[in-house]
Design a protein around this ligand. Structure first.
Ligand code: COA
Length: 581
């Protein structure tokens, strides 16, 4: 996989995973077989010594916790952090033409993609869900609030981090705006929570394969960052034409329900609101939650709705009698709280959150300096290709507090830049590509990752891994398979095993039906280009969303704040979930 600047992923290391991570991380820095042979010995030495260290330290370390010195680093070291050296982020005049070309490319990436839809227009399209008719049906006939209005009532404010809003576009089975389900991280009563909210304007909130994937990813984020989960359920269950692709397999729909039980056992609370007609798969989510609220006249739950009951038994029954709010709160006991309106339901959820016994400290106001250089200039630094890559420190100087960077091994393995900096007051280790991954750069990266692990400092990877013609590279560093806590792309990012410009040099690219003439190669090249775009990736949830370069600092700092919350949760010795009786 190669990323044409820049995807960034955040990775907070938990000691229990470090040994295996280092073992697998190191080869990623290796560009070819020659390097691999040189590195193999180092990898195993490193791995073995690390395993020894782990054996001794794991019992005394608290997994998934930041040490006290990190959380209060401002108080302890506040006056000293300003001594990190300042980066010179001025753009050399000889590079101005490269900057201008990158700028034009970034603007065109934001303004257009394969279907000439502007980035902001795409966001607008996402916000309209299933379209005007569906919105009218949802609000006027069904008297329900739109999903974003629901979130406005539920969350403390609108500064939530929305995850993968472009998921679901241009899939083989058509467009599914936002995958029919909004996911993200927002605050409820001061507590960061993952929310998963069906958008019933998209085919009645039914679940497509991409909706399953999106919810599973949100749950994974909840587990990794120990964030309680709130489900706003308004779903007709499986999207039946695609049922075979979303029901039977291990990572299909059932996994969402399974995860709820697993998270409950991990003491990650699961709270649900039934705020629409929830059939079949839609009914499992609230019934597997720890605590559930239902909205009168709006919420209902059944495995099979009235039409199926009629077909099966001949009985005429109304949705209210079959599985409405009164029935489930008074008779079946499947829900725990009856709310007479949606507003009351979200207030009830807020009250539930207040019973979780979290002891959050008063909001920490970190003091920090802004970068010395304008974030707008990042548009001219996000390269349109490898020949347009400028020094990574120009990017760093526009992301980090006061443009101050404590570089590690500055003179060694210079194609990888490593060092410490602050992001809105949060200490972070940075691993950033600055050219080809060489043997020396790989050793340096491995050493630096261990320092961060030992000091429990989260790592920010800035990826720009060049493909080496004519061979494909191995993999990029800390991609999806390495479970980073978060992974975002810039709009100019490209994700592929090979550079489409080198396609003609790959005999493997020609399949049996391909005669190898110019038109077929051209077609293959176009396909590769389209498939490597950031939008193609985000539509399939290979990342957690596309962010504008200018917003990167804000998003990264928000993620770092979210990751800190787990310190305040009750330590868990319990290994069983809340069981509904
Ligand atoms: N699979 C595929 N499409 C579905 C669907 C399903 N399970 N349920 C609803 N839809 C589609 C409808 O065909 C309609 O499509 P359209 O806009 O292209 O006409 C759209 O979703 C909205 O459905 P509609 O019934 O018009 O809206 P509504 O708000 O009155 O009701 C539901 C929504 C989901 C409550 C209702 O459609 C329903 O009960 N569906 C059946 C659910 C079911 O039996 N699921 C079993 C899954 S195993």
């Amino acid at each position: 996989m190669w990323n044409n600047i820049t995807s960034c992923s955040l990775w907070r290391l938990s000691p229990s995973f470090m040994a295996s991570r280092i073992q697998t991380l190191t080869p990623l820095f290796i560009r070819n077989y020659k390097d691999f042979c040189k590195n193999r010995q180092t990898i195993w030495t490193l791995r073995n010594s690390l395993c020894q260290v782990m054996k001794k330290t794991v019992p005394t370390l608290k997994c998934n916790m930041f040490p006290h010195c990190f959380l209060s680093n401002k108080a302890r070291y506040g006056q000293y952090t300003k001594t990190f050296p300042v980066l010179d982020g001025s753009i050399p005049s000889v590079c101005e033409h490269v900057f201008e070309k990158n700028l034009r490319n970034s603007e065109s990436c934001i303004q257009s993609f394969v279907f000439e839809i502007r980035y902001s227009e795409l966001l607008c399209k996402v916000s309209k869900g299933g379209g005007e008719n569906a919105i009218l049906r949802h609000t006027q006939r069904n008297k329900k609030l739109l999903v974003r209005e629901r979130l406005r009532m539920l969350l403390d404010d609108e500064t939530f981090l929305e995850l993968s809003p472009f998921a679901g576009f241009d899939l083989p089975y058509g467009d599914v705006p936002a995958a029919g389900c909004l996911t993200g991280i927002g605050k409820i009563c001061g507590v960061w929570c993952v929310f998963m909210a069906n958008d019933a304007t998209v085919k009645g909130g039914t679940i497509y394969p991409i909706s399953v994937k999106k919810q599973l990813r949100a749950q994974q984020i909840a587990v990794q960052n120990r964030l309680l989960s709130v489900y706003l359920v308004d779903s007709g269950g499986a999207f039946l034409p695609l049922q075979a692709e979303l029901f039977p397999d291990q990572s299909h729909g059932g996994r969402i329900f399974y995860n709820e039980a697993i998270m409950s056992a991990m003491k990650i609370p699961q709270v649900a609101v039934v705020c629409g007609s929830c059939t079949a798969g839609g009914a499992y989510v609230p019934t597997m939650a720890d605590e559930t609220v239902i909205v009168d006249k709006i919420g209902s739950m059944f495995l099979a709705g009235p039409p199926l009951v009629k077909a099966a038994t001949g009985e005429d029954i109304s949705p209210e009698d079959l599985g409405g709010a009164s029935m489930h709160s008074k008779v079946s006991g499947c829900v725990d709280h009856f709310a007479s309106s949606e507003k009351e339901a979200y207030e009830c959820v807020r009250n539930i959150i207040l019973t979780l016994n979290y002891e959050l400290p008063p909001e920490e106001t970190l003091e920090y300096d802004d970068p010395l250089y304008s974030a707008e200039e990042l548009l001219g630094l996000a390269p349109r290709g490898y020949s347009y890559t400028l020094h990574i420190k120009l990017i760093l100087s526009r992301l980090i507090d006061g443009s101050r960077f404590q570089e590690f091994k500055a003179e060694y393995g210079t194609t990888l830049v490593t060092g410490f900096a602050h992001m809105e007051g949060h200490l972070v280790g940075i691993v950033a590509n600055n050219g080809e991954l060489t043997h020396d750069a790989s050793l340096k990266g491995s050493h630096f990752v261990q320092l961060c692990s030992q000091r429990s400092i989260p790592i920010l990877f800035l990826q720009n891994t060049a493909p080496h013609a004519p061979e494909p590279t191995s993999l990029s560093q800390c991609g999806r398979s390495f479970d980073p806590n978060f992974l975002f792309l810039w709009p100019n990012a490209r994700v592929a095993l090979v550079d489409s410009r080198h396609i003609s040099t790959f005999p493997q690219a020609r399949d049996d039906d391909c005669t190898g003439d110019d038109s077929e190669l051209k077609h293959l090249k176009e396909k590769l280009e389209e498939e490597s775009s950031a939008f193609h990736s985000s539509a399939r949830l290979w990342d957690d969303g596309i962010i504008r370069p200018q917003n990167s600092r804000k998003v990264i700092a928000q993620c770092l704040t979210i990751m800190k919350q787990q310190k305040y949760q009750i330590a868990s010795l319990q290994h069983y979930p809340v069981i509904r009786l």
